[in-house]
Design a binder for this molecule. Structure first.
Ligand code: COA
Length: 381
């Protein structure tokens, strides 16, 4: 009788399983709080730039003003892509999903990174800076190429997030747009051991390189149960004719046992603390762009889902209208999430390398045993 781990039942979805020690971020699902390196997300959103947040996640402390400026300039200087990767972006069919392109592009970047196979801390630090700068450029450049427009160089006066908007749209963001983009990037930067971060840590635990871990994480984020939800939120909102029909639309979905994207969470039993800030910027941006009805429909959806299911919005719900009002097409929403989360993934990859043990859980065998082997010519279907 083989050992099938006896009576040890697996924890479905690994819910509540503690799989790592981390100082990068902490989610308290009962009280609805999120910390980055000890700082409350409510203090960081709107007060810290994305550059500062990346520094915080990687270094464990906030930068001084001089450090922040130097780090901003260093990151912006790394935003350009190798010409071969740009060429690959041009070769992708126009209807392929930006997340599929991003996954390929990050994997391809490894082939042109002088430090790709070097896993020493100094090399990993260089790759970290390159990747957090290059991922937003991949998305911006892909969009420009698909619009038949020339790709743009980063503006050395902007940070990564304002440059992303500028390089994608071709017009510099106004003050509200810059602020909203910073907040969006800060809020998506890390979230403890979610599916994609866990994927990154599993890959890093084999001591594979940073590009490998990041490509895997992008693959995990793509799914509709994870980062892919934000695109579907926008598609739903755009499908609802007006506020008056919203309740019936949502009830119809729930009666058909459909999930409402942008709601529910594995860990939060309260509202996702990130939703508060995104709701505010959704209102401000929708108003500023004469699309207040999209915000009003979102509020009505929120009310209907809470009444029917007792479920709250997660980060993806209001990030959809924020991105839409910033002029980002829905098919790019998940990739924008990935651009920000690259910072968190890298923080976790570095943390994993620093104190590594191969992540290799086990399973309970529930298949047949002792089957008799039948030679191929005697087998029946
Ligand atoms: N819409 C409708 N019902 C939902 C729901 C949603 N968005 N999220 C959870 N539920 C319901 C489930 O149907 C289930 O109800 P049941 O017990 O009557 O079957 C119950 O809530 C528990 O759901 P479960 O799938 O077990 O929770 P989970 O922890 O495995 O899933 C998510 C968490 C995030 C995958 C889930 O909430 C979801 O699918 N949300 C929509 C996708 C999304 O927004 N993802 C982004 C997450 S940040």
């Amino acid at each position: 009788m083989p050992d099938n781990n006896g009576e040890k039942a697996p924890v479905r979805g690994l819910e509540a399983v503690v799989a790592a020690d981390t100082s990068i971020s902490n989610v308290d699902g009962v009280h609805g709080t999120l910390l980055y390196q000890g700082y409350d997300i409510h203090d960081l959103a709107g007060n810290a730039t994305y550059t500062e947040t990346v520094f915080l996640l990687w270094r464990g402390r906030l930068p001084t003003q001089a450090e922040r400026e130097a780090f901003r300039a260093e990151l912006v200087a790394e935003m350009r892509l190798p010409s071969q990767v740009l060429e690959m972006l041009r070769l992708t069919p126009p209807n392929s999903h930006p997340m599929a392109v991003l996954r390929t592009a990050v994997s391809m970047l490894a082939n042109f990174d002088p430090d790709a196979e070097d896993n020493r801390p100094e090399a990993n630090w260089r790759k970290a800076k390159r990747l957090v700068a290059q991922v937003p450029t991949i998305i911006a450049d892909l969009h420009r190429i698909r619009m038949g427009k020339p790709v743009l160089s980063p503006d050395p006066n902007f940070g990564v997030s304002a440059n992303f908007l500028y390089m994608m749209r071709g017009v510099p963001p106004n003050e509200l747009e810059q602020k909203a983009m910073e907040v969006l990037m800060v809020l998506h930067a890390d979230h403890e051991l979610n599916a994609s971060t866990f994927t990154a840590r599993v890959i890093a635990s084999t001591m594979a390189d940073m590009h490998a871990a990041l490509s895997g994480a992008i693959g995990a984020l793509k799914g509709p149960l994870h980062g892919g939800a934000n695109q579907r939120v926008m598609e739903m909102i755009l499908d609802i004719p007006d506020v008056a029909t919203t309740q019936a639309y949502i009830n119809g979905m729930l009666e058909n046992k459909r999930r409402i994207m942008g709601f529910g969470h594995r860990v939060y039993r309260t509202e996702d603390p990130r939703a508060r800030h995104l709701r505010r910027y959704s209102e401000l941006l929708c108003e500023a762009t004469n699309q207040k009805h999209l915000y009003d429909i979102s509020r009505r959806i929120e009310q209907a889902v809470l009444e029917a299911k007792g479920i709250y919005p997660n980060v993806d719900f209001y990030s959809a209208t924020v991105q839409h009002a910033l002029g980002i097409p829905p098919e790019y929403f998940t990739a924008v999430f990935a651009a920000s989360r690259t910072s968190g993934w890298i923080a976790h990859i570095l943390e994993q390398y620093a104190d590594n043990r191969l992540i290799r859980p086990t399973s309970r065998y529930v298949g047949p045993i002792d089957l008799e082997f039948v030679p191929v010519e005697k087998r029946t279907a």
